[in-house]
Ligand binder design. Structure first.
Ligand code: HEC
Ligand code: HEC
Length: 222
């Protein structure tokens, strides 16, 4: 190969590296799971909660900016309302996400603010993945879970007549954070100090199927 050809190949490789598998992937992925509900699909504050609740503070990440630089972003995300004058509706994430994940989120928000269009496109890819995942989760839920938890997840499945104290959980009012939900679904109730009537599923389902269930169960919440 001629040197110019090699150079072109190298150039194309770095180009595709910077578009896919890029440094912002992880931040976009976590944002799609944990932040969209309040900050919206584009970070413009049009999440589900702000639209539903009256007088909800603005969650637009482009306006009313309290956290300009990376360092402040990391503080706001880790400490939420515990940090300075941040509103009570912004949860702290330090117990649910690692330092690395919080730094990735901060980088993604900076990317969103400076290079908005590609950032929104990247986010959309992850949101589409979740939509697919929710459909798979719904299928598994219907075959494995409704017997106890009921069609809508209200805890009123057929076996709820037999399983009492505690009955199958009402998943529409469940507040379990993602990690705890993953634990009880994978290892079962008994292994996490809850009822043995909630069976473990880790041996029957793959990690991505369990993730799909979690995505779906979250959509049942009211
Ligand atoms: C339950 C709703 C809710 C969720 C979920 C949520 N936020 Fe927020 N967030 C808010 C609200 C409300 C504010 C505005 C706080 C204020 O103005 O004092 C805010 C503010 C922020 C700010 C400060 C913006 C600025 O510069 O002023 C950042 C950064 C932020 N959120 C990042 C995140 C990230 C990252 C996630 C996901 C891990 C997330 N938030 C999840 C409600 C939420
Ligand atoms: C044989 C009945 C039964 C089946 C089948 C069942 N569960 Fe459960 N589940 C329970 C019971 C009982 C509890 C309550 C445990 C407790 O409170 O100690 C529970 C609790 C849970 C919780 C905890 C909710 C919370 O907020 O505490 C989740 C999440 C859950 N189940 C998800 C599932 C999923 C997903 C499936 C299907 C893969 C499933 N369950 C299948 C009986 C069942």
């Amino acid at each position: 190969m001629k040197t110019t050809n090699i150079l072109i190949v190298i150039y194309i490789c770095t180009l595709s590296l910077s578009t896919f598998g890029g440094e912002f992937d992880n931040g976009a992925k976590i944002y799609s799971y944990s932040c969209v509900l309040c900050h919206g699909n584009k970070g413009m504050g049009d999440g589900y909660l702000p639209m539903k609740i009256k007088d909800y503070p603005s969650t637009n990440l482009f306006e009313n900016i309290k956290s300009k630089d990376r360092e402040n972003l990391i503080k706001v995300i880790s400490q939420g309302f515990l940090y300075k004058d941040v509103d009570a509706y912004m949860p702290p994430w330090k117990d649910e996400l690692s330092k690395r994940e919080i730094a990735d989120l901060a980088d993604f928000i900076i990317y969103l603010r400076t290079d908005t269009l590609p950032a929104i496109n990247l986010l959309e890819q992850y949101l589409n993945k979740i939509k697919r995942s929710v459909r798979i989760g719904e299928l598994i839920f219907q075959t494995r879970c409704i017997l106890c938890h009921g069609k809508q997840g209200r805890g009123d499945g057929r076996l709820s007549k037999i399983i009492k104290s505690p009955p199958p959980a009402n998943l529409t009012i469940s507040q379990l954070p993602t990690e705890s939900m993953k634990a009880i679904i994978s290892y079962g109730g008994q292994n996490v100090g809850r009822s043995s009537k909630m069976p473990p599923w880790g041996d029957f389902l793959t990690d991505s199927e369990i993730q799909a269930l979690i995505d779906y169960v979250k959509t049942l919440r009211e």
